[in-house]
Design a protein around this ligand. Structure first.
Ligand code: ATP
Ligand code: MG
Length: 313
């Protein structure tokens, strides 16, 4: 990637980044309809570029096998998490990407500490893991519906009013530990407006092939809109850190949200700057010996190296 392209991407995502230590007021600070004066037509080309860059970087990340990347996607219902994953990751090698979707915890998951089920699905070195919902549900839905916390059966001394502040600290510490050990945590919040959510729900009701996506629970959650906005604001303020900042992606326009998500991910990979391993002197000697051996095995009349011959034309 050229320096110019790298600078352009860094500048593009700058307004989306939650400054560590700042206090976020979602409604004041981030507009779900922002689109950086782009037109949808220009957007398609940009997304193609982003997807291509991701594929390139992911191949290097896997080859280098030193760093891993965890992408956390959070959003209110109908925020567009699934579509973002589908489009942004459309060009990468599926072998290097793992998507985990987190739902209501199972009995086994509830029998462990709250980060257990997320730790289980962390990326290996060389991999990109995507969390469709993430450990942040533990300070979102669990906060908005405190009965979820009761189900976690915390000991008495771990309950109480400071439980959320403690969870923010624990999550920050956990992410710092991951970062220090070669795993970058990228966090994207898809910021949808209340009116656009209403439209998307209606689309799910109006179109038979989308009916399966609608659940009555979505409407019940919508009634808690303000509580969720508050919980998102608190989460963004408390857990945007220098080692794992949050990006608030405007989500009312799906095409723009996808470009932003791709840009944030490319930017992280750009910073890691993975490289194909360089073959050392000894290994090069072994490669030359292997080549000689294979050339000697050429049948009568065949090219010694059909690949090289093919390339020569
Ligand atoms: P879709 O876009 O397909 O609706 P989704 O991510 O909303 O995808 P659902 O199966 O509809 O998936 O919902 C999962 C539900 O699980 C959400 O309501 C979410 O709040 C809930 N959930 C996730 N993590 C937890 C948790 N730790 N405790 C309680 N509920 C959780
Ligand atoms: Mg849902």
């Amino acid at each position: 990637m050229s320096h110019k392209q790298a600078r352009r991407i860094a500048k593009f995502i700058e307004p989306l980044r939650v400054e560590p230590g700042s206090r976020v007021d979602l409604a004041e600070d981030f507009d779900p309809r922002y689109k950086a004066r782009l037109k949808k037509r220009e957007g398609a080309e940009l997304l193609r570029t982003g997807v291509g860059l991701l594929a390139e970087y992911q191949a290097k990340l896997a080859a280098q096998d030193t760093y891993g990347v965890l992408l956390c996607l959070q959003a209110i219902d109908a925020g567009g998490k699934d579509g973002t994953i589908r489009h942004v990751m459309s060009g990468v090698n599926p072998q290097g990407v793992h998507v985990s979707s987190f739902k209501v915890p199972s009995a086994e998951e509830l029998d462990h500490d709250y980060l257990w089920r997320y730790a289980w699905r962390l990326p290996a070195r060389g991999d990109i893991a995507i969390f469709n919902r993430s450990h942040y549900e533990e300070v979102l839905v669990v906060r908005v519906h405190p009965e979820n916390l009761d189900r976690q059966r915390l000991p008495a001394e771990a309950q109480g009013r400071d439980v959320w502040a403690r969870r923010y600290r624990e999550i920050n510490d956990w992410e710092r530990y991951l970062c220090d050990n070669g795993f970058r945590v990228v966090k994207i919040f898809l910021n949808l407006s209340e009116e656009e959510q209403r439209t998307r729900f209606l689309k799910r009701l109006d179109r038979p092939e989308k009916n399966w996506k609608f659940s009555a629970a979505d409407l019940r959650e919508r009634e808690r809109w303000d509580d969720y906005q508050h919980a998102f604001g608190e989460m963004l303020s408390a857990t945007s850190t220098p080692w794992a900042p949050w990006y608030v992606v405007p989500a009312d326009r799906k095409w723009f949200a996808r470009i932003c998500a791709a840009a944030v991910l490319v930017h992280t990979l750009m910073e890691i700057d993975p490289q194909y391993p360089v073959v050392g002197k000894k290994a090069r000697k072994e490669l030359r010996a292997a080549k000689r051996l294979l050339e000697q095995q050429a049948p009568e009349g065949a090219e010694r190296d059909p690949y090289a011959a093919g390339r020569r034309g």
